[in-house]
Design a protein around this ligand. Structure first.
Ligand code: BT5
Length: 285
């Protein structure tokens, strides 16, 4: 395997990390043990340092890993976002995890799974911490306008169907402002920065996977509709005037709906409706 990864139990003995990196309470491995009867997390691969958990999960899926296989790493050295953007993933401070899924849905519906995953993360964070999280289309969980979590869903198609998909979740847990590179200091936040309190990463990991499993089951049973209702209720820009930046430039209009495929529907000033499956959204005052 070419990821240069080290299994956690094979890693050299770690020196005592600084206080804000210490995980007091439930460890990730203890959380994983509690998931043994779950669908998502029945098998958890916990790694010390890896380029990207999405790469490892993808490789596992190619080799036939069952649905619900989870990869989680203490650190990512080449964590990524959409369009090859970098995802900053320092050791011991966040949740960097990827889930292998094999949903029996049409390929067009797959993008809405990212929205279901962001609802699950928002609910998991709310269940543990007194923070007012909100959602931003298509893949962000935010606190006070700053990015707390990003989600990257990558899909393998085969014969007009979804072979598998990998849903990667990056959540900032215990970073202080100085733990972010300068270019993220204004735009990123963590649970610690939002609450002034450290959060136990084991409990957070467990809560995320449990909420994700619930949303995923709903998604497989009933489609994206119920999840999307929750998503709309957590998105402050829903119904507002926004600018959508896509590959072909920026367009302004009213963000009036999300369709069942997770596409953002924009009403332009001309009255014409446009649909976006990818892009970045910002408010227009
Ligand atoms: C995302 O992309 O937000 C998806 C991030 C997914 C990360 C997870 S971690 C586990 C799994 N393994 C991976 O390799 N990836 C997934 P996007 O919407 O394109 O946002 C990327 C942008 O977010 C960057 O260009 C930065 O501006 C910003 N960013 C990078 N690291 C960040 C961080 N830790 N916190 C907040 N913002 C960050």
């Amino acid at each position: 395997m070419s990821f240069g990864l080290r299994r956690r139990h094979e890693s050299r003995e770690l020196r005592m990390p600084p206080a804000h990196r210490r995980n007091i309470g439930m460890s990730i491995d203890e959380a994983a043990a509690r998931l043994c009867r779950a669908q998502i997390g029945k098998r958890v691969i916990h790694l010390e340092s890896v380029a990207s958990t999405n790469d490892v999960a993808w490789e596992e899926a190619e080799r036939g890993a069952p649905e619900g296989t989870v990869v989680v790493a203490e650190e990512q050295t080449a964590g990524r976002g959409r369009m090859s953007r970098k995802w900053h993933s320092p050791p011991g401070l966040g949740i960097w995890t990827s889930v292998v899924l094999r949903p029996d849905v049409s390929p067009e519906n797959a993008a809405s799974l990212t929205l279901c995953a962001s609802v699950a993360v928002a609910k998991a964070v709310r269940s543990l911490c007194p923070v007012n999280v909100s959602l931003k289309w298509p893949n962000d969980v935010m606190v006070k306008g700053k990015k707390l979590c990003g989600i990257l869903t990558e899909i393998k198609f085969g014969g007009g169907r979804i072979d598998f998909l990998v849903c990667g979740i990056g959540l900032n847990a215990n970073q202080r402002v100085q733990d972010f590179p300068a270019e993220l200091a204004q735009s990123a936040t963590s649970i610690f920065m939002a609450t002034g309190k450290m959060v136990n990463r084991g409990e957070l990991f467990l809560a995320i996977l449990r909420h994700f499993e619930k949303k995923y089951r709903e998604f497989c049973r009933n489609g994206a509709a119920s999840c999307l209702d929750e998503w709309r209720s957590m998105c402050p820009l829903f119904g507002k005037r926004v600018r959508v930046k896509g590959r072909r430039g920026a367009v302004e209009g009213v963000f009036f709906n999300i369709d069942d495929n997770g596409a953002l529907l924009l009403r332009l000033d001309s009255g014409v409706h446009r649909s976006f499956l990818a892009g970045d959204v910002e408010p227009v005052s």
